[in-house]
Design a protein around this ligand. Structure first.
Ligand SMILES: NC(=O)c1ccc[n+]([C@@H]2O[C@H](COP(=O)([O-])OP(=O)(O)OC[C@H]3O[C@@H](n4cnc5c(N)ncnc54)[C@H](O)[C@@H]3O)[C@@H](O)[C@H]2O)c1
Ligand SMILES: N[C@@H](CCC=O)C(=O)O
Length: 486
C-alpha cells in the first residue's frame, strides 16, 4: 500500500532553493498533539537568521525566471496544486486536526477552501487585469499593468494552517512574486505539506521557500531584510504593530486581532441568531480572528435571547477533533490553554455566569476548554475589550439600536461585525455605521468566503485587503506606459 506521506509527516524541514534542509544548528522544536500533550507529532527546525537569509537569497535568484513565466503557465501550476490538495483531503484534514486541534468537519472545509483559493488565483493567469484609459493628448495611448513586487515574506499564524498560507501564496505567485514563508510553530507540519504539494505541482526551485523558527529571529529577518519588498503578516495585534515599526521601505500588510460584536435586535429570529452567534463564538474553540466575542443584545429581548443562546451552546459537542460531530476540540497549546482559562476567571468576576465552561479535565488529558457564556458584561471591561481567542462569549445589554451600534464600535479593533434583524433599515444603517472591514447581516461573523476582499480596520488591519481581487492589488505594483507613436 502506498505510504500516506502527509498524515505520517513527522519532520517539517526548511525548504530552501528546492531542497529540504534542517536548521544549521541541527536544533528542532517539538510539535505536540494538543488533544494528547504527551504525544509528540514531529519536529520542526529551530532556524535562525542565517537560514532565513539563504532562503531570501534563493527567492531572489528565482525571481527573474518566475517573473518572466507567462501568467497562464503560473496559473496552470496553481491549478495542479489545487487538484493535489483536493485529492488529499483526508490526509491534510487529519494532519490539521492533529497538529492544530481543528475539528475534522472544519478541517475538511479548510482543505476545500485552500484548493478553491489556488483554483481561483490560478484562473487569474488568464486575466490579471490592467487598465488603458484614454489619453487627453491626441495620439497617446496608456497601458497600466501589474508587475510583481519581487521577493515577498509571509508570516502566518497557526489557526488556519492551510487556508492562510494559501490565500497569501496563491495571489503572490500568480502575480509573479517569489516567496519566503515563516509559519507558526503549531502549523509547521501543515505548512510543510502545502509547500511539498506546490513543489510537486511543478513550482520551480526557489520560487517558494519555507523557514521555521522563532518570530524574533526568522520572522524579524523577513521584516528587516531590504531584499524583501513585500511583507504580509497575519497574527496578533501586538506582534503586528511591532512589525509595522520595523518594516522600513517595503509594502506591508498586517491582518491582526478582533473583538467582534454581534448585535441582536428586537425583531430578530432569536433561535436563528443564537445558532449563528454560538457557531461564530465557539466553532474551533473561538480560535478565529472572526470569532464573535461580544453579543450585544437590545434589552427588549435580552433575557429571551440568552435562553436561546444557552440552548444552542449546550448542544455543542466538545471532544476529540477526529470525531466528525465535534465542533470544539482542544485549544492549540499550553500557553493558549492557560491564557484562556485566566481570561475566563476574569470574565466570571466581570459578569453573570450563564454557562460556566472551562477545562473539561486535567491538562495532561488535552487542552480542552468547554464554551463559556458570561452575561451583563460592561463593554469597557477587560472581558469585552481584550481578545481572548478562546471559547468565551460576553453578552452585553444595549438600550436600543443606536446604543448597540455605539457599543459595537467602542473597541480598538475593527475586523468583522454581525447583526441579527429582519429590518432593512437596521441592516443598512448598521452596514454604514459599523467601523469594521466586514459586516454580516443574519450570517455568522466567522466562515467567510475567499472570493471577496477580507480584512479589518483600526487595530485589526493595516495595508490593504486579502483574498478576492483585492489581494492582487497588494501583491502587485502598477506600471503605466504611455506611448506616442512618431
Ligand atoms: N485578521 C486576520 O486575518 C487574522 C487571521 C488569523 C489570526 N489572526 C490573529 O492571530 C492571532 C493568533 O495567532 P498567533 O498566536 O499565531 O499570533 P502571533 O502574533 O503570536 O504569531 C503570528 C506569527 O508571527 C510570528 N512572530 C512572532 N513574533 C514575531 C516578530 N517579532 N517578528 C516577526 N514575526 C513574529 C510568529 O512566529 C507567527 O508565525 C490572534 O490575535 C488572531 O486574531 C488574525
Ligand atoms: N477565514 C476565517 C478567518 C481567518 C481568521 O482567523 C473565517 O472564515 O472565519
Amino acid at each position: 500500500m502506498e505510504e500516506n506521506v502527509i498524515e505520517s509527516q513527522t519532520e517539517a524541514l526548511n525548504f530552501i532553493g528546492g531542497e529540504w534542509v534542517p536548521a544549521d544548528s541541527g536544533e528542532t522544536s517539538e510539535v505536540v498533539n494538543p488533544s494528547n500533550p504527551s504525544e509528540i507529532l514531529g519536529t520542526t527546525p529551530r532556524s535562525d537568521r542565517a537560514e532565513t537569509e539563504r532562503a531570501i537569497e534563493a527567492a531572489t535568484k528565482a525571481l527573474p525566471d518566475w517573473k518572466a513565466t507567462l501568467p497562464a503557465s503560473r496559473g496552470a501550476i496553481l491549478m495542479e496544486a489545487a487538484n493535489i490538495i483536493e485529492s488529499r483531503e483526508d490526509e491534510l484534514a487529519t494532519l490539521m486536526a492533529r497538529e492544530a486541534g481543528k475539528p475534522m468537519k472544519e478541517a475538511r472545509m479548510e482543505v476545500g477552501r485552500a484548493a478553491s483559493i489556488f483554483r481561483y488565483y490560478g484562473s487569474e493567469g488568464w486575466r490579471l487585469d490592467g487598465i488603458n484609459p484614454p489619453s487627453a493628448r491626441p495620439g497617446v495611448t496608456h497601458a497600466s499593468m501589474r508587475e510583481p513586487l519581487g521577493v515577498v515574506g509571509l508570516i502566518t499564524p497557526w489557526n488556519f494552517p492551510l487556508a492562510i498560507p494559501s490565500w497569501k501564496m496563491a495571489p503572490a505567485l500568480i502575480c509573479g512574486n517569489t516567496i519566503v514563508i515563516k509559519p507558526a510553530a503549531n502549523a509547521s507540519l501543515n505548512a510543510a505539506a502545502l509547500v511539498g504539494i506546490l513543489s510537486e505541482a511543478g513550482l520551480p526551485d526557489g520560487v517558494v521557500n519555507m523557514v521555521t523558527g522563532p518570530g524574533s529571529t526568522v520572522g524579524d529577518a523577513l521584516v528587516t531584510d531590504p531584499r524583501v519588498k513585500g511583507l504580509s503578516f497575519t497574527g496578533s495585534t501586538a506582534t503586528g504593530l511591532g512589525i509595522q515599526e520595523r518594516a522600513i521601505g517595503k509594502k506591508v500588510q498586517l491582518e491582526m486581532g478582533g473583538k467582534n460584536p454581534f448585535v441582536v435586535m428586537e425583531d430578530a429570529d432569536l433561535a436563528d441568531a443564537a445558532a449563528k452567534i454560538s457557531f461564530s463564538a465557539f466553532g474551533f474553540a473561538g480560535e478565529k480572528c472572526t470569532a464573535a466575542s461580544r453579543a450585544i443584545v437590545v434589552e427588549e429581548v435580552y433575557d429571551e435571547f440568552i435562553g436561546e443562546l444557552k440552548s444552542a451552546t449546550e448542544a455543542i459537542k466538545v471532544g476529540d477533533p477526529m470525531d466528525e460531530d465535534v465542533a470544539v476540540g482542544p485549544v492549540v497549546n499550553k500557553d493558549q490553554y492557560e491564557s484562556i482559562l485566566a481570561a475566563l476567571e476574569t470574565a466570571k468576576g466581570e459578569g453573570r455566569v450563564v454557562i460556566e465552561g472551562g477545562a473539561t479535565g486535567s491538562e495532561d488529558e488535552g487542552y480542552f476548554i468547554a464554551p463559556a457564556i458570561i452575561a451583563d458584561v460592561d463593554n469597557r471591561s477587560e472581558t469585552a475589550q481584550e481578545e481572548i481567542f478562546g471559547p468565551v462569549l460576553a453578552v452585553i445589554k444595549a438600550r436600543d439600536f443606536d446604543h448597540a451600534v455605539e457599543l459595537a464600535n467602542d473597541t480598538r479593533y475593527g475586523l468583522t461585525a454581525g447583526i441579527a434583524t429582519k429590518s432593512l433599515r437596521y441592516a443598512y444603517e448598521f452596514m454604514a455605521r459599523s467601523e469594521t472591514g466586514l459586516v454580516n447581516v443574519n450570517l455568522p461573523t466567522a466562515g467567510l468566503e475567499f472570493q471577496v476582499p477580507f480584512g479589518g480596520n483600526k487595530e485589526s488591519g493595516v495595508g490593504g485587503r486579502e483574498q478576492g481581487p483585492a489581494a492582487l492589488d497588494f501583491y502587485s505594483a502598477w506600471k503605466t506606459v504611455s506611448v506616442m507613436p512618431l
